[in-house]
Design a protein. Structure first.
Length: 87
């Protein structure tokens, strides 16, 4: 639709735009980022022990490079692992 209507600007998920630009050609991607997609995990309100366990699990997965390795293993480009929790 973007090309069919001869539009000049599009915004979206960077990985998809990069893939589309390879397929379509004759387009230019601007440097930097337009948006950040933050991921989250949660537990039901009031489940304090589950919340603590989940927070510790997430930090462990980041600290042991599990998340970074998974991104690499699945060829996910342009995504970054969140920094460790302060404290």
């Amino acid at each position: 639709m973007f090309l069919a209507q001869n539009m000049e600007v599009a915004a979206g998920v960077k990985q998809q735009l990069e893939a589309d630009s390879q397929r379509v050609g004759n387009v230019r991607l601007l440097p930097g980022r337009f948006m950040v997609i933050e991921q989250a995990m949660g537990v039901p309100k009031g489940r304090t022990s589950a919340q603590l366990w989940l927070s510790d699990f997430i930090e462990q997965m980041k600290r042991t490079d599990f998340v970074a390795a998974a991104l690499k293993r699945h060829a996910i480009e342009g995504a970054a692992v969140a920094p460790p929790r302060a404290g």
